[in-house]
Write a protein that binds this ligand. Sequence first.
Ligand code: M6R
Length: 609
Amino acid sequence: MCGIVAYVGGKRAEPLLIEGLKRLEYRGYDSAGVALLTDEGMKIVRAVGRVANLEDKLENLGGLQGTVGLAHTRWATHGGVTEANAHPHRDDRSGICLVHNGIIENYAALRTYLEEKGHRFHSETDTEVLAMLVGELYEGDLERAVQAALREVTGAYAIAVICEREPGTIVCARKGSPLIVGVGNSEFIVASDASAIVAHTTQAVTLEDYNVCKVTREGFRTSTIDDVEITPKVMQLELDLEQIELGTFSHFMQKEIFEQPKALRNTLRGRIDEYEGKVVLGGLTSFAKDLVKAHRVLLTGQGTALHAAMIGRYLMEDLGKIPATAEYASEFRYRNPIIEDGTVVIAVSQSGETADTLAALQEAKDRGALALGVVNVVGSTISRETDAGVYLRVGPEIGVASTKAFTGQVTALTLVSIFLGRRRLMSAERSMMLLEELKRVPERIERVLEQDRTIKRVTERYVERNNWLFLGRGYNYPVAMEGALKLKEISYIHAEGMPAAEMKHGPIALIDEGMPAVFIANRGPQYEKVMSNIAEVRARGGHVIAVATEGDEHIKTVAQDVLYVPDCPDCLSPMLTVVPLQLMAYHAAVLRGHDVDKPRNLAKSVTVE
Ligand code: M6R
């Protein structure tokens, strides 16, 4: 969602801010802006559309001079996509300028209050209300004005604020939306995530909820909104530039699909004890007893992470031998859920910042559940709010369409299931066999990736079709959902993913001559049933694209196109069967001429409910 970059130091701020915004583009946005403190006061430039449009505008103006500034990419929530609504926003009295990520929930009441005080608004945003409020409360000390304003606010925010009257200062704060402060040599970069910082420094401070940080060239001071001073922890950012650059690939999504073998090797590294047939998960060890005694696992997430959680549900019951459910975090939270003693909630999330998932986690914790996280971003809010967890270790995921995080989540959930299973009913022989097979998943994904050209050719045949079905059973039903989601989000083709058996209960009415139906038809326990579903589609003129197991010759007699994956135990198959679907979605989007890494209307991390 929105991205924040702010700079104070000795360098010219404008190029640095623009470079930071470009690094944050992947988060999703629809307008951008910068504000600089120049010798002639505050200058603000904003543009609808890409950061490149903002750059053009700045160039036409001859560039802005100054060593302190703010920049922002906005993903519209309150008010349309217009220049007036783009950030930064300023107040009308005290020379305050502010960028914001999140939602101020009581903005309407605050706006009425401020209008009664004579303030005039120029946008429809909740952010301008916050800028005016800081200005209204400003009495010569920006840090205090920000603290006072935030005490009046409900909702979520990450903000950075500057003031004409205090030209060497940035004040930033967070609640619910991420914000970190990069600590350089007499220079500081405040940003929504590390990707905007690592080109300049690898030292950073992560702000906690209700923290306020006053940053000057000389140093920084961290406090709460009630002005209780805090000793911050400076941490080392585990991110290098190569990881967030394209290299030889055309898009981040493509790079990340091809990175999966390496990424999953990292997920597995050091976590398999081959001799004992056990899984070693340092993060869970001190909770092992609670996990063994647990009665139920509830997995939750949104989007792709939910699909991984759905596979996790099958894994927990099949391998972990524990009752499990998986459900949308957004629904769980509001249905007054019953959490019995011995419930373990597992929040699955790439970013660790998804607002719905975080809220569900809080709800489950408040009702007494043990909270685990399966998260990629180290130090993210979910990773900090859980009692324990497993990091994916797949590296930064920049493409908005989640790919390597999905296979990383499924791999991590497989490890957790075996970790549990071995402490419950799973034999050493079975776990040894499964772990041996799990270790071979990365090399098997490599074999799937070798078929990229074939996958592209198959995609070309159907790319003009506007309605697709994705069907699978058992472990591969969530994969069907994931295949449909991938296609929808980047190629804008309408697609439905569902259990193959469900098709007969209604969706079969959609099938007409030539409609593509992608079946996950690997050799698993429900293979024969899937064959019957394929026959039903063929009988109605649909075109079947089958993801099948290498060596299956029969499938060629029933499907028009076949994409093969190597044989493996059914419970591990999702990590292989999803790969051709990721590549199909990627090629479809490229063939249709879409911006794969910046799909319309989407944000990488959805930090509002
Ligand atoms: O960061 P998270 O894994 O919590 O994100 C959850 C979803 O927003 C995310 O998976 C989304 O569905 C992706 N665009 C899917 O490609």
